[in-house]
Design a protein around this ligand. Structure first.
Ligand SMILES: NC(=O)c1ccc[n+]([C@@H]2O[C@H](COP(=O)([O-])OP(=O)(O)OC[C@H]3O[C@@H](n4cnc5c(N)ncnc54)[C@H](OP(=O)(O)O)[C@@H]3O)[C@@H](O)[C@H]2O)c1
Length: 327
């Protein structure tokens, strides 16, 4: 029987339990995938600790890569042996094998490694909508990216730079600053050592930035608003430090008619054609070398708890992958 990580009760990383979980019969529209690499994303922590409540037990994980081992009776677009990946769920990736609806799958180009696909697809789709749809980045726009050396952060800085933006990033250490600098940041601010607002004002000649991309949430919310120029946009796409408390719209008005959005990946890739277009644009950039995925750390699947501890402690850089045992 295949093994998986299950959560029976939400809470600490110790609640990620490695155990045998039987696979159901394959339904006509599903394929069976043997996972070769599984991506760890911050949303896995929100699921595990109950920030985003789910019915228990559940298998966490929203993205992975692998090989098709069996296809349902109605499947014609995939065959046994195809290399595939998925990056918009559904939840259940922390396992050796799974049955999954074929609409969720993207065929992997031969030159894209399984680990890179598992480390990058969900974040690639996310950054695609952040730089192209939530706000369409054009040359000379100035943006501020928090957690610039994180998984989303590194890719966001690269892609924004590719589109011609001036990129300012915040990080918590000099090592992360170096990494962010090598991945598209023009200016990196180590917030442990420097006043972020003062530096942002200085490098923008007192103006502030056009857009703040904030995946940190509670700890940076007001700072992010303060860093914007009038009519600027706060894209609050995550909450690694905690959920933003309720706030008054006056906070936007008094800082200069600011805009605020709280986007979610699934709304941008719900339609199959949007999913395929975003994935294909992301993979094209990887193949031509204009974007790179930085895998900062890997863990065995049965030790997913260590991956969660590291991500929550803010000690990771770039993306984190879980490998099933034996790979
Ligand atoms: N809206 C969407 O659809 C969507 C999709 C994908 C991801 N996201 C969000 O994007 C954000 C980044 O995700 P990721 O998986 O790539 O994670 P990540 O950025 O690699 O890791 C989180 C980083 O946040 C920073 N941080 C600041 N305060 C923190 C705190 N109190 N606890 C932990 N970390 C803290 C740390 O960087 P420093 O040490 O440099 O501060 C840390 O490395 C998450 O909020 C995630 O939910 C949203």
């Amino acid at each position: 029987m295949p093994y998986a990580i299950q959560v029976h009760q939400t809470g600490a990383p110790e609640n990620l339990i490695w155990e045998e979980v039987p696979l159901a019969e394959l339904s006509p529209k599903e394929v069976r995938v043997r996972h070769t690499a599984i991506g760890v994303n911050y949303i896995d922590i929100y699921h595990r600790n109950g920030t985003y409540p789910l019915k228990t037990p559940f298998i966490p994980g929203m993205e992975a890569a692998g090989v098709i081992e069996a296809v349902g009776a109605e499947i014609s677009q995939f065959a046994v042996g195809d290399r595939v990946a998925y990056g918009k769920g559904p939840i259940g990736a922390y396992c050796e094998y799974r049955n999954i609806n074929s609409d969720m799958l993207i065929k992997l180009p031969p030159a894209i490694d399984d680990g890179i696909a598992a480390a990058g697809l969900l974040r690639g789709l996310t950054v695609h909508f952040l730089v192209r749809k939530t706000f369409s980045i054009s040359p000379h726009v100035t943006i501020l990216v928090h957690a610039a050396a994180g998984g989303v952060g590194l890719l966001l800085c690269q892609w924004a730079k590719l589109l011609g933006a001036n990129v300012i990033g915040t990080v918590s250490s000099d090592e992360k600053a170096e990494l962010a600098k090598n991945n598209g940041c023009d200016v990196v601010i180590n917030y442990k050592k420097e006043d972020v607002l003062a530096r942002v004002k200085k490098v923008t000649s007192g103006m502030g930035v056009n857009v703040v991309y904030d995946g940190v949430g509670r700890d940076t919310f007001f700072l992010s608003l303060d860093c914007l120029m009038p009519l600027g946009l706060l894209v609050s796409y995550g909450q690694s430090s905690g959920v933003i408390p309720a706030f008054s719209p006056q906070e936007l008005q008094k800082r200069g008619s600011l805009f605020f959005t709280r986007p979610n990946l699934i709304d941008y890739v719900r339609a199959p054609e949007d999913y395929l277009i975003a994935a294909s644009e992301f993979f094209s950039h990887l193949l031509e070398g204009s974007l790179q995925i930085h895998v900062g750390q890997t863990f065995w699947l049965n030790d997913a708890a260590s991956a969660h501890r590291a991500l929550e402690a803010g000690t990771t850089t770039g993306s984190t992958i879980l490998f099933p045992l034996g790979w």
